[in-house]
Design a protein. Sequence first.
Length: 254
Amino acid sequence: MKTSQPLPQRLPELDGAIFDNSYAEAAKETAHMLAPKYAEMAKAVRDLNLHEPTSLIEAGCGIGNFTWHIAKELPKTRIIGEDIDTQVIQYAQDNNNHLPNLSFQLGDISSISQRHRDVGCILVKDMLHHLPNLKGALVQVYNSLKPQGSFLGYDLDRSRFYNEFYKNNPRIKILTDLVRKVRKNKSESEARTYLESLNVTACALMSFMAAYTREEVTNALKETGFRVLSMREDELHGFRFFAIKPKTSSSRLI
């Protein structure tokens, strides 16, 4: 009887800024194509929260396209988009900062509780896989939320990637194995230079290889103290989750 192969270990993403004009143009084009999906996701954020929160933060907002849709869908909520990249935030402020309830600022999710307390909702989209310390970031989110505040997000799923795309697409398998080999045998700076010169697909694969699985995220949320109300597959991403900070809770230690 053939046994299933164990899931490859998570391979953290390479450090280094990737924002430039070509990235911005690609992001704008992607946002235009995904506008209907973003609008649908924004409605889901509104519906999941039941009552419109007084405040919402999107951590790791990038250039702010999705944040803008959230602000449009929740006009009574004060929306803040945060990202650690200065150029990304500048772009968001210049291009997506045209709603009265929306603003953007520099901010790292790994220290979010130092800037924000009693937040109604914190949102993440395609950013958990960037985190070297998932549990530490979740503790920060937990401490930032008010009791019964919500935490929801969308992200890639490493398990789904290897069980579907890697297994069934020879080209993806070859490139993924190449990325892993390069990461093993070169320094981080050498690996980034080499992979960026190779093609866009090789760089994109690093995000999938760095992704956490639904099970890993679920366990980390529960260990932090969250009540996980929903964890399901998402066709555009890998999964989406919705969690609540309990009504009676105290701050967690990292």
